[in-house]
Design a protein around this ligand. Structure first.
Ligand code: HEM
Length: 580
């Protein structure tokens, strides 16, 4: 894209115009034109040549990548936005195209892209993290609100940040967060149960069901949990959907197709121009990003003032304390600390909300799993709607090993990974798995496509089957009868390689909060399936082919939301729980 640089074109045209009018006026493109017109003509010719060369000649005929297998369908025209290159499209056609781990296609404006589709090639991208950075497009899309936090930082800066922030997501520390997960889970579950009950009172009362959009509620709960767990502050989004933080997040940070298109424009034109176009995305960013970042700034100041005791700043494991440690070790300034806070809020909110939404969709498609999970979770979780049970918290060690719940969550994350694809860009010309990849090429890792390939998850990879995460194990002595077996969770799911299991990616750029995410999802899904039964409002969605998936942001979620009929299931029974 650097070849398209706006400034270099202007400079070349200006130099050409100057040279022609100054030294050879008789040979200016059209005799007697003034320098401005000469400049315009030369500029147009440069642009036209670059467009023809970079958009047609090179990608379609001259690029060495052209020899790689390609999508079988889809006219690769100037605006190549055919279905064959969309994320769901890729996943559909890939198994039909024989490949050696790499596929080539042309994206918008015929920009070249290579899909990295084999675990061994993905492994190289993960292991050689310093050679493959996040592409410029991703930085342009997210930098304005995330800054250079952990998601966007690269190489040495990334390593320094990751070292500092790892402890907050260590398994032991995540287990200490269960009271937070559970308190918010109780609050949202009680609120939803109340809505269902009042819908039943107002309606016929027979059905005791209410239609609610799953993503709306999972998003509110996830935002509160991530702010409580990382910033120690409840912004009350479950209580009030228009709470300041929820509203500013929705309006400024929620990724939309508009933001993506705007970021693409920045590949061709300077950010200072694109960011100042008077459109609704820029207006929203200008209005709400300062509110969001201002909230984070206030929290930092509050914590700094409160932490007069140096040990709180240097030994604490909460995010704010770690921010102070980062400030000291990396000599970071306040804006960089705010970058970290916004990064964690954004990365930890949308993904979980999307994961829970897909889990409820899968429960609707597979009602037998509602029954199985309800039985298991009611036996091991306290009743979240029991007003008197506020002090009871599920035991993290039990939750981590509950076979059915864990198997179900892992299969949902395999089948509908909240981040269905990611991208990388080689920092220099390189070779991966024997394939030459030029510097700056956009590499697409089709996380979802890979996890649905038979070569990665076995012959039934293209089927939703939580049982792939279960193994029969002999019952240990002291547990019961000799020779008997029990179901146990197995964490590989039968994947042929660690690098086939990519819901959270792998290596040093993998999700830093994987344990946190799984624990939070376990609490919410257990509480909801224990208390509610689910049915799709639109029965046509029982066929997954009718489910449209949004493709305009980092996460893949139901394009039109997920409206589900929620019904309260009475009873809960005795539960095993620890006291907080
Ligand atoms: C089910 C929920 C989640 C899923 C599926 C998920 C998935 C991922 C994936 C695939 C990546 C790698 C992205 C890439 O390389 O392009 C990633 C990175 C990251 N995630 Fe998550 N994530 C989840 C939840 C969370 C939560 C709750 C947080 C924070 C509280 C979080 C914070 C991050 C951060 C900071 C990174 C960047 C790590 C780095 O580059 O060192 N994620 N996540």
């Amino acid at each position: 894209m650097a070849k398209f640089s706006f400034l270099s074109n202007v400079a070349m045209a200006a130099a050409g115009a100057y040279a022609l009018t100054r030294y050879s006026p008789g040979h200016a493109p059209i005799v007697n034109l003034n320098p401005y017109s000469t400049f315009s003509i030369i500029y147009s010719l440069i642009l036209a040549w670059k467009i023809v060369y970079h958009m047609f000649l090179y990608p379609k005929w001259l690029s060495p990548l052209n020899k790689l297998p390609k999508p079988p369908a889809g006219a690769l025209g100037i605006m190549d936005s055919s279905g064959s290159v969309s994320a769901p499209g890729r996943e559909r056609w890939k198994p039909c195209v024989p490949h050696q781990g790499f596929l080539y296609y042309l994206h918008i404006f015929n920009s070249q892209r290579v899909i990295v589709a084999s675990p061994s090639a993905v492994q190289e991208l993960c292991v050689r993290a310093d050679d493959f950075t996040k592409p410029r497009l991703i930085r342009l899309l997210a930098e304005r609100f995330l800054g250079l936090g952990l998601v966007l930082a690269e190489t040495e800066q990334h390593r320094a940040q990751r070292r500092v922030f790892l402890p907050i997501f260590a398994p032991r520390h995540v287990r200490e967060m269960y009271p937070i997960f559970w308190a918010k889970t109780r609050e949202v579950t009680q609120k939803l149960a109340g809505i269902v009950e009042s819908a039943a009172v107002q309606g016929s009362g027979k059905e005791r069901m209410a239609v609610m959009e799953v993503g709306h509620w999972s998003s509110r709960a996830a935002l509160d949990i991530v702010t409580m767990a990382t910033l120690g502050k409840d912004f009350g989004s479950v209580e009030n959907e228009n709470s300041l933080l929820a509203k500013s997040y929705r309006n400024a940070l929620e990724p939309t197709r508009g933001h993506l298109v705007q970021a693409m424009f920045k590949l061709f034109f300077p950010s200072s121009i694109v960011d100042n176009i008077p459109n609704r995305w820029n207006r929203a960013l200008a209005e709400y990003v300062p509110i969001f970042r201002g909230t984070c700034r206030d929290l930092l100041i509050e914590k700094r003032n409160a932490a007069s005791d140096e040990t709180i700043k240097t030994k604490g494991k909460d995010l704010l304390s770690l921010c102070f440690q980062y400030e000291e070790s990396a000599r970071a300034n306040e804006e960089e600390l705010i970058d970290q806070l916004t990064t964690f809020l954004a990365a930890g909110h949308e993904t979980i909300s999307v994961g829970i939404t897909w889990a409820v969709y899968m429960l609707c498609l597979h009602p037998e799993w509602q029954t199985l999970l309800r039985e298991e979770t009611r036996a091991h979780f306290p009743d979240p709607t029991d007003g008197a049970g506020a002090a009871a918290v599920p035991d993290p060690f039990v939750v981590e090993t509950l076979p059915l719940l864990q198997a179900f969550i892992h299969e949902v994350l395999r089948w509908y990974p909240p981040i269905p694809e990611t991208m990388r860009e080689p920092l220099r010309d390189t070779v991966v798995d024997g394939q030459f990849l030029p510097k700056g090429l956009m590499l697409v890792v089709p996380i979802k496509g890979i996890m649905r390939q038979e070569t990665c998850f076995g012959p039934d990879a293209a089927v939703f089957n939580p049982r792939r995460w279960l193994t029969e194990k002999p019952v240990e002595e002291g547990e019961g009868a000799g020779g008997a077996t029990k179901l146990a969770f197995n964490s590989t799911g039968g994947a042929t390689s660690k690098y086939a299991n990519l819901s959270f990616m792998q290596g040093v750029r993998s999700c830093i909060a994987m344990n946190f995410a799984k624990a939070e999802m376990a609490c919410i899904i257990a509480a909801w399936v224990g208390r509610f039964k689910f049915e799709l409002e639109d029965p046509s969605l029982m066929d997954e082919k009718n489910m449209r998936i949004s493709n305009g942001s980092f996460s893949g979620r139901p394009a039109n939301g997920l409206n589900v009929k929620w019904g309260v299931v009475d009873g809960w029974g005795t539960k095993t729980a620890t006291k907080a």
